[in-house]
Design a binder for this molecule. Structure first.
Ligand SMILES: Nc1ncnc2c1ncn2[C@@H]1O[C@H](COP(=O)(O)OP(=O)(O)OP(=O)(O)O)[C@@H](O)[C@H]1O
Length: 859
């Protein structure tokens, strides 16, 4: 009140508020009333109040000043800390960076997929489904997902977590994400109201700390703040603090007797590392603060048991195909290069799947950048899949395997044994006990993942490789570590016994691998074995891990490939192309291609991956001819530059694009032997169109054409013949377009008729046309008038008069109709079927028009 009295007598306080202050019951209420006056009174009143406070309450004034100073100092150090984080965290040093080389995190970071769900185990009864399911689910982009960073938002029961687990396989980007969160905080990119301060503990570095330390001291290792400043920040508003702990799985706790470990309860209390960390994780210290802990799956269970509640589980799944593409763009910072590189990878099914692991993206892009800078032609082939897997294993062993408890050789061999066992038993999930029997420290291996599954009322722990392809790769690694006899025995076991007898007929008695062909699920292992035999790959293995690939591996596989090639085991051809690609040895590719003479893969459509392998093989043998291929139009475009000589192509799906690509191709290459377009779609009007040469003639053959409203084809076949020399001048484009437009419509028969007319109207443009063979099941009026139309517009064809080389049927100047005629006066047979042919009312008839003359011959 003395201050209020002074302000009143100085004319700074009006009567009414003065009375309010007097009337207030408590000191606090009096202060509140006074505060209102100060707040609305402006600087003059505040200054008068300030002078009175100094005079009448000197001690209080001093204490308030030092609090203000401390707060100011803390804000100042927090700002400096943020600047320090911005400086330190904005760069990324890559595994191969030379001193001074770096990339900016903001330019490179690509948001991975993060889920909030534990994986589910597929039904145990379906071993195959499990096998397929896990292999794809671990990398599949289709998982229920959240794209955002781990979040603290309340769940549907209104509970927000105090601690979040961020699980992820080695190389999936846990540390990268932690770095990004720190940088976002320091740059003001996370929501301000959530956290005032973030700290980052790196377990890898904590392992190097010895002696007793308080939590504040531990946090100071990775900051520019002193431990007492950290203590002050933590005590001031712990509920606004987030502590990131990166790499929990890497912690090496040494406390032998946890019960004798001191229990710490204060941020400044010193204790062994393990005690400080456990107190933090359990919430004995900083119970109100938030924690984000990253870990590999191998340590999730232990972490879950230590962390304070409420907990939330999240998992980094990796990149979907879209993010892989984004990563490539960020990496290359050049539209053209990133597109080329991405297309190359996308064509390789194994690699594009493996690319969901971010570190594999880094390896591939780095290798490809080197290729581009060497001026290598990217279409000559990417590095082999095996070489990328070898690089991946080396990267994880060198940079992600701190403190391995065993030698690399032993680790790789034991992983190989485990992988092989899984391959034999078609198993991708391994029980904990069986893993521990083979691999001495499974949790310490960066290649294994641990899964916790619910099994009725219990939990089940299972292990698996990061992906099935790694299991296949480790099996191949194991095979190369075997002695020759064991290697041959193992391989022999894995080759099909059914094919054995078939192949035995052909294969050389002396060939030790005369056992046929590998079991389908074993094919990737053979492919990896071929890749490991490559000189560069094997010397890199020798250099980095002292692993030698024995020469008998290559010799055996080469011999087997040559035998399969020369004996034309057709359904293995695409696989052999992949093996050749993995070998990546030009001379051997040439040898195998020579053994083929002709490459007939027309029986099934080639995938893009197959086409890349073929592209590489054709690159090694530029003069290889005689290809019979069946692929999509886009693949034709890719292979076009490498195709020489005769070619038979079958293109599935018929679209405007297909017509366009095919036309371009035909215009650029005069030499093709057969083109066929097919649709498998029963809705389509047209099921196949073939262009091929036959006895020196070009033949256009349209088979089974029906309108959607009819079940029966209304046109069975059109065959056009013209000399092959005219092939390049033929306007295939308009045919294809007519074909496409007819094919793409499923409208009523009126449309169908219009489209058929459009196709027939193309015929006059075929120069040198020597014959037309038209097969229609029923000679309707519509067809009769179409034929008359053809006679009119193609009068030169009928006037030509000279006999065709292929017999009377094709005699120019002659219009001949063959068919079945029903002799009944009413209810005539209309459909042409075998049964109808046999009915006595039906007779075979040939009608010939020659000039003005018309004859009917009944058989
Ligand atoms: N989100 C990302 N964006 C771009 N690159 C990434 C991303 N995540 C990971 N990478 C690349 O992968 C490499 C490995 O990532 P990181 O070290 O974060 O893996 P990790 O999950 O912490 O592995 P480990 O468990 O073995 O420690 C990084 O050095 C970087 O090249």
């Amino acid at each position: 009140m003395p201050i209020a009295d002074e302000l009143r007598s100085g004319g700074m306080l009006a009567w009414e508020p003065y009375c309010e202050i007097r009337a207030a019951d408590t000191d606090q209420e009096k202060m509140r009333e006074l505060y209102k006056v100060l707040n609305s009174g402006g600087d003059k009143v505040k200054s008068a109040f300030y002078s009175q406070l100094v005079k009448q309450e000197p001690c209080l004034f001093e204490a308030l000043g030092s609090i203000a100073q401390t707060t100011e100092a803390l804000i100042e150090s927090l700002n400096k800390y943020k600047k320090w984080i911005q400086r330190e965290y904005q760069y990324v040093t890559e595994y191969n960076s030379l001193p001074g080389e770096y990339v900016l995190l903001s330019e490179r970071y690509t948001q991975p997929l993060i889920t909030m769900k534990h994986r589910e185990k597929k039904s145990k009864k379906k071993r195959c489904a499990l096998w397929e399911g896990v292999s794809s689910s671990s990398l599949s982009p289709g998982i229920t997902q959240t794209r955002t960073a781990p979040s603290w938002i309340a769940d549907n029961k209104g509970i927000s977590p105090r601690s979040v687990i961020l699980q992820g396989n080695s190389g999936n980007g846990k540390s990268f994400t932690a770095q990004k969160i720190m940088l976002d905080y320091a740059s003001g990119n996370i929501r301000r109201e959530e956290f005032d301060c973030l700290f980052h503990l790196k377990c890898k570095e904590l392992n190097l700390i010895s002696g007793e330390q308080s939590l504040a001291e531990l946090l100071s290792h990775n900051s520019n703040l002193a431990s007492d400043q950290i203590s002050q920040i933590l005590q001031k508003s712990p509920e606004k603090v987030l502590i990131l702990i990166d790499g929990f799985d890497e912690l090496r706790f040494s406390y032998s007797d946890p019960s004798s470990m001191p229990k710490l309860s204060h941020v400044s209390e010193k204790g062994p590392l393990e005690a400080s960390l456990k107190a933090l994780l359990k919430g004995h210290i900083l119970s109100e603060s938030f924690l984000l802990v990253t870990t590999r799956s191998t340590a999730t269970k232990t972490l879950g048991g230590l962390l304070k509640h409420p907990q939330r589980f999240t998992e980094i799944i990796g990149f979907s195909e879209k993010e892989v593409e984004e990563y490539f763009q960020r990496f290359f910072q050049n539209e053209d290069l990133s597109r080329k590189a991405f297309e190359c990878v996308k064509a390789n099914e194994t690699l594009i799947t493996a690319c969901s692991i971010p570190v594999i993206c880094w390896i591939i892009c780095t290798v490809m950048r080197e290729r581009f800078s060497d001026g290598a032609d990217v279409t000559s082939g990417l590095e082999t899949t095996t070489s990328i897997y070898v690089d991946f294993v080396s990267t994880l062993l060198e940079h992600h395997s701190q403190g391995l408890s065993q030698s690399v050789m032993i680790l790789l061999r034991s992983l190989g044994q485990l992988a092989e066992r899984g391959m034999l038993e078609k198993q991708v999930l391994f029980e904990e006990k069986s893993v521990c029997d083979t691999v001495s420290d499974p949790a310490g291996s960066p290649f294994l993942c641990k899964f916790l599954f619910k099994r009725r009322i219990r939990q089940e722990t299972m292990f698996s490789f990061m992906h099935l392809s790694f299991q296949e790769f480790f099996t191949a690694l194991y095979f190369i570590s075997l002695a020759e006899r064991d290697f041959l025995d193992k391989l022999t076991e894995r080759f099909h016994s059914q094919t054995q007898s078939y192949l035995d007929l052909y294969l050389d008695e002396k060939c030790p691998l005369k056992y046929g062909c590998p079991e389908p699920h074993f094919l990737p292992v053979i492919q990896f074995l071929c890749g490991l035999s490559n000189k560069e790959v094997s010397s890199s293995l020798k250099e980095t891990h002292n692993l030698s690939v024995p020469s008998f591996v290559q010799a055996q596989l080469e011999e087997w490939i040559l035998h399969v090639s020369s004996n034309r085991v057709y359904n293995f051809l695409p696989f052999i192309l992949h093996c050749l690609y993995e070998f990546h040895e030009k001379e051997f590719v040439q040898k195998a291609m020579e053994a083929w003479q002709e490459l007939d893969m027309s029986w099934d459509q080639l995938s893009r991956t197959d086409c890349w392998a073929l592209l590489y093989c054709l690159d090694c043998c530029p003069h290889f001819r005689n290809l019979k291929l069946n692929f999509a139009a886009a693949e034709l475009k890719m292979l076009q530059p490498k195709i020489v000589g005769g070619l038979q192509i079958a293109v599935k799906s018929i679209s405007a694009d297909t017509a366009h690509i095919l036309t371009d191709f035909l215009q650029s290459k005069g030499k093709w032997e057969e083109i066929s377009l097919r649709t498998d779609d029963s809705e389509s009007l047209c099921s196949s169109l073939r262009l091929f040469s036959f006895e020196g003639k070009l033949v256009l053959n349209v088979v089974r054409w029906c309108s959607s409203s009819q079940n029966e084809p209304s046109l069975s076949e059109i065959i056009l013949k013209c000399p092959h020399s005219k092939a390049s001048s033929i306007n295939v484009k308009s045919f294809l377009q007519a074909f496409h437009s007819v094919n793409s419509t499923t409208e009523e028969s009126a449309d169908f008729d219009r489209q058929v007319d459009a196709l027939l109207s193309q015929l006059p443009s075929v120069s040198g046309l020597s014959a037309i063979n038209l097969s229609v099941p029923v000679l309707t009026e519509a067809w009769a008038s179409r034929i008359l139309f053809l006679i009119l517009v193609l009068d030169w064809l009928f006037d030509a008069g000279s006999k065709g080389s292929d017999g009377a049927e094709w005699l120019p100047g002659l219009l001949m109709e063959e068919g079945i005629k029903c002799s009944k006066s009413s209810e005539r047979c209309t459909h042409h079927t075998k049964q109808i042919e046999e009915l006595s009312c039906n007779q075979r008839v040939t009608i010939e028009f020659c000039g003005e003359k018309c004859t009917e011959d009944v058989k």
